[in-house]
Design a protein around this ligand. Structure first.
Ligand code: FCB
Length: 451
């Protein structure tokens, strides 16, 4: 059986973060308010009334954080750019102090031998745009392309590849359908325009990136979907869920069409928001790479609620993370092999842009954080990744979520995903056992691949 040390030569090792989850400094450098500032201030929206006001204070401590990355020996760093730092109201000229921050961040990475892999949108829309309809408004897609141009004009000379959006599925469902993330809209299926407009924004931004000769990627949250049984109703429900979670955000990019959403009572124009020519814009000449964020599979059975054509069923008999998410490393192999089967030669090279787990980590009296469950999680998923590669899937890199414990959205600071422990009172960073393990793995992989 192949294992993680068999991953190909030149395989890229990285970590991922996102602006609102780590930066803090929400009122500094001319940054405007984002939907997450407003949402987190709503009573009851975020656990324990936590907010990203300070988070990991990365805005001021990025030098220390990049030193931690250098210590890991990383090839790449996936971070996100906060749109409201660059354009405080989501329109008009760039805020120079905002771009200056990312300019310094990019240069500091390059000086540490790390290639920057920025994400242009990781859920922190300028609040002013939300007031105009957010991603339900078609114009937001055009605003996103304008913002992209401002950023790539400034950083494109040093940044070869860009991720447009992070997890448009999760943003649509949590933010617009269920209202458990910003902007807190609970529209159920009326949230679908937020899918199309994000994808249209991707297509328009991709064209800008290509004009600058830069590579284009997206980071999709994908999950293998398991029918709860072989019964026809469960199999049909699983297919409907797969269309919504996976295919809705991947088919238009790779095949130039939307999947069949008739189980949701929705036609190919997604309730009227798709205009002639849009799908050509969304697909463009294709992606240079597909970013895959994988956490767990999803088990789906026949509906129990008349409003939806599926119901989620529990996955039994597997370990769980502190978040309660099932731990199924082989799901990553299954997902990747399934992508290759579904899309064939239309599948571009894949990079794992997120994978990791929350652990109830505590800093011990001896100053160590022995996060064995995280090491086991990462080792298992990397072995599964190596198997997918051995089965013919072209995977170019792995970016673990996350460098630091951080603001985990509606869970506030209660879910720790970092290789590095953060004391949120003192901002003290302490590398966990998994940090040392990941560093040693990177060295071992490079050594055996260059021998
Ligand atoms: C993903 C998000 C990321 C982080 C992880 C745990 O869905 O993209 O920001 O919260 O989950």
């Amino acid at each position: 059986m192949p294992d993680r040390l068999d991953l190909p030569a030149g395989f890229r090792w990285g970590v991922s973060t996102a602006a609102y989850q780590i930066e803090g400094a929400v009122d500094e450098g001319g940054r405007g308010p984002s939907v997450w500032d407003v949402f987190a201030a709503r009573p009851g929206a975020v656990r324990d009334a936590h907010t990203g006001r300070v988070a990991c204070d990365h805005y001021h401590r990025y030098t220390e954080d990049i030193a931690l990355m250098r210590g890991l020996g990383l090839d790449g760093y996936r971070f996100s750019i906060a749109w409201p730092r660059v354009q405080p109201t989501g329109a008009g000229p760039a805020n120079p102090a905002g771009l200056d921050f990312y300019d310094r961040l990019v240069d500091a990475q390059l000086a540490a031998g790390i290639t920057p892999l920025p994400t242009l949108f990781h859920w922190d829309l300028p609040q002013a745009l939300e007031e105009e309809g957010g991603w339900l408004a078609r114009d937001t897609a055009h605003r996103f392309a304008d913002y992209t141009a401002l950023v790539v004009d400034r950083l494109g000379d040093r940044v070869p590849a860009w991720i447009t959006l992070n997890e448009p599925f999760v943003h649509m469902v949590y933010g617009y359908a269920l209202g458990i993330h910003a902007p807190g809209r609970a529209l159920m299926l009326d949230a679908l325009p937020a899918a199309h407009h994000q994808l249209l924004g991707h297509g328009l931004a991709a064209a800008v990136l290509r004009e600058h000769g830069r590579e284009v990627m997206i980071a999709n949250n994908l999950t293998p979907v398991w029918p709860a049984s072989e019964a026809d109703e469960d199999v049909a429900a699983a297919a409907a869920y797969d269309a919504l979670h996976n295919r809705l955000f991947t088919d238009p990019l790779l095949l130039g069409s939307y999947p069949d959403l008739s189980a949701f009572g929705v036609g190919a124009d997604l309730g009227g928001c798709v205009r002639p020519g849009d799908l050509e814009l969304v697909a463009g000449p294709g992606l240079d790479g597909l970013g895959v964020n994988y956490y767990n599979p999803t088990r789906i059975g026949a509906p129990t609620d008349p409003g939806l054509p599926f119901a989620e069923a529990p996955i039994e008999g597997v370990p769980r993370t502190a978040f309660g998410w099932p731990v199924v490393p082989d799901g990553l192999r299954e997902l990747l092999v399934g992508l290759r089967k579904s899309y064939g030669t239309a599948l571009p090279p894949v990079t794992i842009t997120e994978n990791g787990c929350s652990v109830a980590d505590e800093l011990g009296p001896d100053g160590t954080v022995p996060d064995r469950p995280r090491i086991d999680y990462l080792a298992g998923h990397l072995d599964a990744l190596a198997e997918a590669v051995a089965e013919g899937v072209d995977v170019r890199g792995y970016f673990t979520w996350s460098l630091l414990d951080n603001f985990e959205w509606a869970e506030g600071f209660t879910q720790r995903f970092g290789l590095v422990h953060v004391d949120f009172d003192t901002q003290r960073r302490t590398p966990k056992a998994s940090y040392t393990w990941y560093r040693d793995l990177i060295v071992a992989h490079r050594t055996c691949r260059t021998r």
